[in-house]
Ligand binder design. Structure first.
Ligand code: IPM
Ligand code: MN
Length: 353
């Protein structure tokens, strides 16, 4: 029995998680596994009502689950940063979700802005370190508010943190078994401390324990270029937190946009959290026009993570079928179906296998 916490969150988050749960129910029925899901009301509305971003017990409560399905965080009446830091980043850090896994896959029938590129060219995965780097919050101000003000924000890279991320990426590349190539993305020509550690660890760990995996390296700026020009060159990319944040938004665009992009915040040993990476799209709230595919894709990743391989494959096929035969567009209001109809279409396709 899988225990799943559902945090709908803000804006259209709750609507899209309802559709993801519909697909989860269809997968459970078809594949014969059981689960229990409990909803939590964390998000901007709760914060405005109670003054508390997350209840003190939230992190401990989440530890009792096998996975968390998150809708979206971000409320127009709450200053940017409060909910992101207080909920999303807090859960990532406190639950030590040290991997941010972001598949960049163009499904058939989905438009990419890349000219002359199709599903056969755009199919790679980014493994982003999720608990260190510039996100560690190390730094501070000096003489704040004066003309002499100094702001320092440091990138923290620990051997342990870097190594566990690299090992996850090597294992993932091996299991994915495509071209068996892992590309380290960094900036070794300028960030000569941080990426020296990354590069040394990469080759040391790779040579010792993953001789079957090809090791490649690209600077982050060049990576942005290749992702547009030759995305077919990539199999699995591993990178630090900040670079990973940036290149995965580029990845989302080449795979068809925020309507389809999903990610996992993973700790292989404990609870992990899956989310559509788009925002809460407040202007579409409650209209039934938002595309729930990204949340459904997050659910698909969650199933794979929970070890429900058959269910994950079924949901993946169902997403592909609905995208290639039904949806007119990925954009909110232009899909040709309502949010809940899209959920029904995918759930039906799951049931049919
Ligand atoms: C992401 C988001 C978050 C990040 C924000 C909302 C804090 O952009 O998941 O990529 O920067 O990691
Ligand atoms: Mn981001």
């Amino acid at each position: 029995m899988h225990k799943i916490a559902v945090i709908g969150g803000d804006g259209t988050g709750p609507e899209v998680t309802v559709e993801a749960e519909k697909v989860l129910a269809a997968a459970a029925k078809s594949c014969g596994f059981t689960y229990e899901s409990i909803r939590f009301d964390f998000g901007g509305d709760r914060y405005l009502r109670t003054g508390e971003v997350l209840p003190a017990s939230a992190v401990e409560e989440m530890r009792a689950f096998d996975a968390i399905l998150l809708g979206a965080i971000g409320h127009p009446d709450v200053k940017p940063g409060i909910l992101e830091k207080g909920i999303l980043l807090h859960l990532r850090f406190e639950l030590d979700l040290y991997i941010n896994l972001r598949p960049v896959k163009l499904y058939p029938g989905v438009d990419t802005p890349l000219k002359d590129k199709g599903p056969e060219h755009i199919d790679f995965v980014v493994v982003r370190e999720n608990t260190e780097g510039l996100y560690a919050g190390v730094g501070g101000f000096l003489k704040k508010g004066t003309p002499d003000e100094v702001a320092v924000q440091e990138s923290v890279n620990t051997r342990r943190g870097v190594e566990r991320c690299l090992r996850y990426a090597f294992d993932y590349t091996r299991a994915r078994n495509r071209t068996r190539t892992l590309t380290l993305v960094g900036k070794t020509n300028v960030l000569t401390y941080a990426f020296d550690l990354w590069e040394r660890t990469f080759h040391e760990v790779g040579a010792a324990d993953y001789p079957d995996i090809k090791r490649d390296y690209a600077h982050v700026d060049a990576t942005c270029m290749w992702m547009v020009k030759n995305p077919e060159w990539f199999d699995v990319i591993v990178t630090d937190n900040m670079f990973g944040d940036i290149i995965t938004d580029l990845g989302a665009m080449i795979q068809g946009g925020m309507g389809i992009a999903a990610g996992g915040n993973i700790n292989p040993q404990t609870v992990s959290m899956f989310e559509p990476i788009g925002g809460s799209a407040p202007k579409y709230t409650g209209q039934g026009v938002i595309n729930p595919m990204a949340a459904i894709a997050a659910c698909q990743m969650m199933l794979a993570h929970l070890g429900e391989k058959e269910a994950a494959e079924r949901v993946d096929r169902a997403i592909a079928t609905v995208l290639s035969t039904k949806l007119k567009s990925m954009a909110a209001g232009r899909m040709g179906y309502s949010t809940s109809q899209v959920g029904d279409l995918v759930a039906d396709a799951v049931a049919k296998g």
